[in-house]
Design a protein around this ligand. Structure first.
Ligand code: KG4
Ligand code: ZN
Length: 336
């Protein structure tokens, strides 16, 4: 077992084909090819198109990751790959490619749970980051506050009771006729507006660390429909801004509250929604106020990427957690 192994990470669970190389916790390359532009025409991810796009891209993206890292594939110590959760056909492309590499190079295959990858992204940001800490996970499929006991074990303090935060952004984007993927477009529109439209109350004290987005989403849908039925004018930017505050303030509040409850001095975050500038600023301010150290992955390592898979691969490598070549794709894996 090497202290700082060379690990290739491959990600293909949704519409990004990504690959990265790490040496220990040092990121040597982080390459990506996205089919989001193709998917945007359909207003969401078409699974078959995603699988085809991964098949086109995976070889080139992996070669690029090795080239940029200045590493020959024969030097790799392991290949880590997302085996779930995600779109079945999409996962199978990355998984099969990784298996082929591991088999040909006689190196271990490491199966990575995509969500664990999002959580591991923070480790690449700060060499000294070590558990225990509290993490905010906010992606298209998950929204939760977690207590990381060690690199491999965490406790779920609370999660969403219905929609994930990213899902809410995507649905609101659709109502506002913004393109897929919705999050960045809602954020851009919100920047032009003010937080002046009243939003329903989010789950507070009684909800513990749980979240609920369905009420907020329905409120936005009803608001837009009522206004257009009446032929009334309204500011889409103000609506986006008010929604963004309601959707994200609660995440900041509960994350900081969890850190206080657990008595930790460090907070991290991960998942596509954490690329949101308003959320990043609000978390930064709240942590500063509370005297907490905040470790945020770079924006491009919050949305899907290969580096986070390599980072989680390193944790699995150190835990001797290797997968057989029979490892199959799992479209849904619970948060664990
Ligand atoms: O982590 P991710 O890339 O994929 C999943 O594992 O789900 O997250 C995608 C989600 C989408 O719902 C997308 O709209 C949201 O993250 N997202 C954002 C932003 N960038 C991506 N939400 C709010 N603001 C953003 N800037
Ligand atoms: Zn993701």
């Amino acid at each position: 077992m090497k202290d700082a192994p060379l690990i290739l990470g491959i990600e293909s669970s949704c519409d990004e084909t990504a690959a990265a190389v790490v040496r220990g916790r040092t990121l040597l390359s982080d390459e990506i090819a996205s089919s989001a532009a193709i998917q945007a025409k359909y207003g969401g991810v078409v699974p078959e198109l995603a699988s085809r796009a991964h098949t086109d891209a995976v070889g080139e993206v992996v070669s690029r990751a090795l080239r940029v890292a200045n590493v020959r594939k024969e030097e790799l110590d392991a290949v880590a790959v997302t085996y779930g959760a995600g779109l079945l056909g999409a996962l199978l492309v990355g998984l099969s490619f990784a298996k082929g590499l591991a088999y040909a190079l006689h190196i271990p295959l490491i199966g990575v749970n995509h969500i664990r990858g999002h959580l591991a992204a923070a480790y690449l940001e700060d060499e000294t980051l070590a558990p225990p800490f509290v993490t905010l996970l906010a992606s298209g499929g998950h929204t939760a506050v977690l207590y990381a006991k060690s690199e491999t074990e965490f406790e779920i303090l609370g999660g969403t009771r219905d929609d994930a935060a990213g899902e809410a952004f995507d649905k609101v984007a659709r109502v506002l006729s913004l393109p897929y993927p919705g999050g960045p477009h809602v954020e851009a529109l919100a920047r032009e507006g003010k937080n002046v439209i009243p939003m329903p109350k989010m789950l507070k004290g009684a909800g513990g660390f749980d979240f609920s987005y369905s009420g907020l989403k329905t409120h936005i849908i009803n608001y837009v429909h009522t206004m257009s039925e009446r032929g009334a004018e309204f500011s889409r930017a103000d609506l986006a801004c008010s929604f963004q505050h309601a959707a994200l303030d609660i995440l900041v509040e509960k994350t900081v509250e969890a850190a206080r409850l657990k008595g930790v001095n460090t907070v991290t975050a991960g998942g596509g929604v954490v690329a949101n500038g308003y959320l990043r600023d609000a978390l930064t301010d709240a942590c500063r106020r509370e005297g907490l150290r905040l470790v945020l992955p770079a924006k491009k390592r919050c949305t899907d990427n290969g580096a986070m898979i390599a980072a989680e691969g390193l944790i699995r490598y150190r835990a001797h957690d290797f997968a057989p070549l029979s490892l199959n794709a799992e479209p849904s894996i619970p948060l664990r």
